[in-house]
Design a binder for this molecule. Structure first.
Ligand SMILES: [Zn+2]
Length: 364
């Protein structure tokens, strides 16, 4: 099997000054992968992205938003000054181009998986995307990479069902909004799982268990708000109790993952308790069922992660797991959640989620 790594220096050109979502994040990942000699390993294939087309960006975004990003990038170019879309989200001269390639990297990954060139893929891209809505960019995100990729699978690749799993520490509010009433294409279905730090304690303040979708999307938006300090064990409970039974029932054709690494216990923007092996161990669980239900078709896209050394290790670990080499992952001392927190998850959060979702899923 071969794991694709999609990367290009164009992603460094979204250069937004002194910002936590810095180009240094990707430099650190690539340097670490070089150090670990993954890029020379024949089981991995470094793949160049392409630019997404405007038609593809319009699968989820308004033309007005696309034009706005293009215009603001032009202003940044003409003035030589970084422009701000909001308090968090900045645009440089090359942001528009980098954003098209950020989406296009994910689309290239899909094509390579489908033509058998690679088995699965990790797109190491930026700007990230999961906070971007139909008509508004926010939270360091420009175009919603994962949402466009899901629509690409439905509209251009004739798949009927796509599952998105978002493990970034922040709620994927943009992806949720885009699919709240299901796919706009009417060509198929999208299910969205988001695990994140409880919105009462972290940006963007949403992602509660009563947000379950509407119309065609009803029952297909599944939020798992974790209390601060939740460790790896809390994530694994989400998989066993909610994700696994629903995926077996939903039977997706493809699994897409919004992979943020800002859940690490040291991350400067968040308050979670995950180790840097947690995402890889979670991915391994996803892969065990992906074998049966999606013929191993998994594509991962990078979202957040602000402790760049920890993120680099976590990305490396995920690549090893994608390539069935769990024994090669790098682990730090395991962390567990305290008893009160675990008790809340097992006796309140999970039962409440199952009750809310039971009208839509036979497994509950
Ligand atoms: Zn995040």
């Amino acid at each position: 099997m071969t794991t694709g790594i999609i990367y290009d220096p164009i992603y460094l050109e979204h250069r937004i000054g002194q910002h936590v979502e810095s180009h240094e994040r990707l430099i650190a990942i690539i340097e670490y992968l070089k150090e670990k000699q993954i890029l020379d390993d024949p089981n991995f294939k470094l793949i160049k992205p392409r630019s997404a087309t405007l038609e593809q960006i319009k699968y989820v975004h308004t033309e007005a938003l696309i034009n706005e990003i293009k215009e603001i990038s032009k202003i940044a170019d003409l003035t030589g000054k970084i422009q701000n879309l909001d308090m968090d989200t900045s645009v440089s001269a090359k942001t528009y181009d980098a954003s098209l390639f950020s989406v296009g990297g994910n689309l290239e990954a899909i094509d390579r998986i489908l033509n058998g060139d690679i088995t699965n893929a990790f797109s190491i891209v930026r700007p990230p995307g999961h906070h971007s809505r139909k008509n508004r960019c926010s939270g360091f995100c420009i175009f919603n990479n994962i949402a466009i990729t899901a629509e690409y699978l439905l509209r251009e690749k004739e798949f009927k069902k796509v599952a998105i799993i978002d493990w970034d520490c922040h709620h994927g509010d943009g992806t949720q909004e885009i699919f709240y009433q299901g796919s706009s294409s009417e060509k198929g279905d999208v299910i969205f799982f988001s695990s994140h730090q409880d919105g009462r304690t972290l940006y963007p303040g949403s992602g509660f268990i009563n947000e379950i979708g509407k119309g065609k999307g009803e029952g297909k938006i599944i939020n798992y708000p974790m209390p601060p300090k939740a460790a790896d064990d809390v994530l694994m409970i989400f998989f066993e109790e909610i994700i696994k039974p629903i995926l077996f029932e939903f039977k997706p054709d493809f699994i897409l993952i919004s992979a943020g690494f800002d859940t690490h216990w040291t991350d400067r923007l968040t308050n979670m308790g995950w180790t840097y092996q947690a995402p890889a161990l979670f991915l391994e669980k996803i892969m065990t069922i992906a074998k049966d239900i999606v013929k191993n078709r998994i594509a991962i896209t990078l979202e957040g992660g602000y402790e760049i050394d920890k993120q680099a290790i976590a990305v490396y670990n995920c690549l090893r797991v994608l390539n069935n080499e769990k024994q090669k992952i790098i682990e730090e001392k395991p962390r567990t959640s305290d008893e009160t927190l675990l008790n809340y998850i097992n006796t309140k959060l999970i039962p409440n989620m199952r009750t809310k979702l039971s009208p839509y899923w036979n497994c509950f």
